[in-house]
Every structure is written in structure tokens, then in C-alpha cells.
Design a protein around this ligand. Structure first.
Ligand SMILES: NC(=O)c1ccc[n+]([C@@H]2O[C@H](COP(=O)([O-])OP(=O)(O)OC[C@H]3O[C@@H](n4cnc5c(N)ncnc54)[C@H](O)[C@@H]3O)[C@@H](O)[C@H]2O)c1
Length: 343
């Protein structure tokens, strides 16, 4: 393995998302992209235009057998992740795999074990964990600025991109589930989901998910890739304050509302009347550090290799996301019946 001062990387999959990985890992002084692999030669031609010094190959196996490569970034379709990740880890390459890590908990557990066995870093591209606005919200939860979190909602809709190898929950709700599992440092206790298939048999285009987390925290997620509007929004309602997040509002994505409601005993003195008091104070727009989540994620991956420790979104965390996605799938198949998770 090479010096950790300059980690040599290969990007596997140069479709829509691979180019972002190529750009960020080529920008960071402590990494260098040596190879791009894609089975489509047109995509390799595109990569050549952007980075003429990077060698392209149609065969992923060339990357795994290349001793010059320290780390592999997998940015191929979801259904290919497991087999490719297995090969990368068996070849002792550190791995940053795009979300979701794979389709089932069983596959994920095999990958986590393989990474440990081979002394490799396994990190998953749950990119919102590296988003500064989402990190600001996490700080508000942890510092109890918001009080007890009652419930949260998230909407992630757009027209396209429409996938054919995974449904909209594996594609989009992965993000929201990773955010809430991380916010609450817990996996949901129960899941129920309903959805609709309109374009491709067996693949949901729209899914509505309800999750109940420990401490009676309720979450609702709406994801769709056949929607008229691109929306990336979230609301957190706490006992002290409420927060909204709008990812499409780059300057001020977060608003903190000094609003709330509480029940106080009635004035009769015997507590027989309940009075609900509400407050409606200022709205604050905190300044959010300006950073590119993909860049922060790439630096976190390089740090993980150097420190032999993944700070966020390691394989075990990602297993929790997959467990939740599988529960969503079971509930979808059972027409929305609640699915209990054992953890
Ligand atoms: N983090 C995010 O916000 C985000 C956003 C978009 C996509 N993604 C993830 O990135 C991954 C790729 O998504 P995409 O939109 O770029 O998909 P895509 O279909 O646009 O591109 C995938 C590329 O992989 C290539 N490919 C497929 N199998 C291959 C193989 N075995 N060997 C070599 N090349 C192969 C294809 O030719 C294609 O060019 C998915 O896992 C997706 O979930 C993440």
C-alpha cells in the first residue's frame, strides 16, 4: 500500500454520480484518481475529456488486481454494489460505496465482516451526514435546543431521475432514513409504508413511510420520482422549538422557530381543567458554513483510511439503514401493515 500522504483512488461507475467523485478526489491534494472503470465506453470517453491523465478501463477486475490502487469508490447502480464491493474488499481495497450499500442486511453483514477480515475501511456515501445544514440540525438536537423531539417530516420529490434497478425508497428514502437514524442515534422500532407503482412493474414510484423511533418520536417520509416539483425539505418539531430545512435554499436552508405548545393545569386549582398555552416568537435563520458535502465526505473517507476509523456512515451504520429499508419493503408488500424491528 502506498504512503498515506497521497491515497490512490479508482472510481468505479462513471454515470450520473461518478463524475462528482472523480472531481472531488482529484481536487483534494491528499488523493489522486488513477483509474476510472465503466462498462460503457462512451462514459469512459467523457471521463477522458474531463481528466485526460486518468486511465479508463471497461473491466472492474483491472482495478481490483492493480496493486497501485489503495481505495475504490463504487458509483454503479445499487444492484451491482454487493458483488463489486465483495471483490474490492477481497482485493484489500479501502471502499467508499455509494448508498445504499446493498439490498439486504445479509449482504451488508457479509461486507462488514469482509472489511474487518481484510483490514479495509468500509464507508458508505450517506452524503447528507456530511451536509453542514444537516449537521447544524444535529447539533440543535444534541444540545437540546429544540427540547424533546416530538415528530419530523421529510419530503424528497422530483420528476426523475427514474431508476430501473431499485425502487424510490431504496433510491431516495435511503437519504432520509440515514439522516433520522443518525439524528436519533437509533433505528426505528416500527415501520409502515404504502406506495404506488405506475411506470415499471415491481418498482414503486412513490412511497409514504411512517417510522416510530424510541422516545415516541414519529417520522413521516414522502419520496417520489414522478412529482411536478423538486422538493428537499424537512421539519423537526420539538417541545421547545421547531426547525425547517430546505436544501434548495442555499443561503438560508434552516429556519428555527421559537414556537410551541404546552399543556398547563387549569386555574381552578384542582387541575381539573387543562389549558393549552402556545407561544409564537422569533424566527432565526442561522448562518450555515458553506461547504460541499461531497468534498467533506471524500475528506472524511481519506481521514478514515489514515486513522483506521470511520467517524460516520461506516458499514454498521449502513446496515441499520438497510434493515429499515427492508422493513419498508416488507410493509409495502403487506399493504402498509406495520413491521416491528427488533432493535
Ligand atoms: N449520494 C447521492 O446523493 C447520490 C446521487 C445519485 C446517485 N447516487 C448513487 O450512485 C450510484 C450510481 O448512480 P448513478 O445515478 O450515477 O447511476 P448511472 O446509471 O447514471 O451510472 C452508473 C454507471 O455505472 C456503470 N456500470 C454499471 N455496472 C458496471 C460494472 N459492473 N462495471 C463498471 N461499470 C458499471 C454504467 O455503465 C453507468 O455508466 C447509485 O448507487 C446511486 O444510488 C447517489
Amino acid at each position: 500500500m502506498s504512503s498515506l500522504d497521497k491515497i490512490r483512488v479508482a472510481v468505479l461507475g462513471y454515470g450520473h454520480w461518478g463524475p462528482h467523485h472523480l472531481r472531488v478526489f482529484n481536487t483534494i491534494p491528499h488523493s489522486e484518481v488513477l483509474r476510472v472503470a465503466d462498462m460503457d465506453s462512451k462514459r469512459l470517453e467523457q471521463a477522458k475529456k474531463v481528466a485526460p491523465h486518468v486511465q479508463g478501463t471497461k473491466a472492474a477486475s483491472e482495478i481490483f488486481s492493480n496493486p497501485e490502487i489503495d481505495a475504490v469508490i463504487i458509483a454503479t447502480p445499487t444492484t451491482t454494489h454487493f458483488e463489486l464491493a465483495k471483490k474490492a474488499l477481497k482485493a484489500k481495497k479501502h471502499l467508499l460505496c455509494e448508498k445504499p450499500l446493498c439490498k439486504t442486511e445479509k449482504e451488508g453483514a457479509e461486507l462488514v465482516a469482509l472489511a474487518k477480515e481484510n483490514g479495509c475501511i468500509l464507508m458508505v456515501g450517506h452524503v447528507f451526514l456530511y451536509n453542514s445544514a444537516i449537521n447544524t440540525m444535529k447539533g440543535m438536537i444534541d444540545s437540546e435546543l429544540l427540547g424533546d423531539i416530538y415528530y419530523a417530516t421529510s419530503t424528497r420529490t422530483n420528476l426523475g431521475p427514474i431508476r430501473s434497478d431499485a425502487d424510490v425508497s431504496y433510491d431516495l428514502a435511503t437519504h432520509d432514513i440515514s439522516i433520522f437514524n443518525w439524528f436519533f442515534q437509533a433505528e426505528p422500532l416500527s415501520v409502515s409504508a404504502s406506495g404506488g407503482e405506475y411506470l415499471q412493474p415491481g418498482l414503486k414510484d412513490v412511497v409514504f413511510i411512517s417510522l416510530r423511533y424510541p422516545n415516541n418520536r414519529l417520522v413521516h417520509i414522502h419520496v417520489s420520482w414522478i412529482d411536478p416539483k423538486k422538493i428537499r425539505q424537512m421539519t423537526l418539531v420539538g417541545s421547545k422549538k421547531m426547525v425547517t430545512w430546505n436544501d434548495l435554499e442555499p443561503q438560508t436552508p434552516i429556519a428555527v422557530y421559537d414556537k410551541g405548545a404546552m399543556v398547563t393545569p387549569g386555574e381552578g386549582g384542582f387541575g381539573e381543567y387543562l389549558r393549552v398555552s402556545m407561544w409564537d416568537g422569533d424566527v432565526r435563520l442561522p448562518k450555515i458554513p458553506n461547504s460541499e458535502p461531497m468534498m467533506v465526505q471524500a475528506n472524511a473517507f481519506l481521514d478514515a483510511i489514515r486513522n483506521n476509523r470511520v467517524e460516520k456512515s461506516d458499514g454498521d451504520f449502513s446496515l441499520g439503514v438497510i434493515r429499515t429499508l427492508e422493513a419498508v419493503d416488507r410493509s409495502l408488500k403487506a399493504s402498509g401493515a406495520p413491521v416491528e424491528l427488533s432493535k
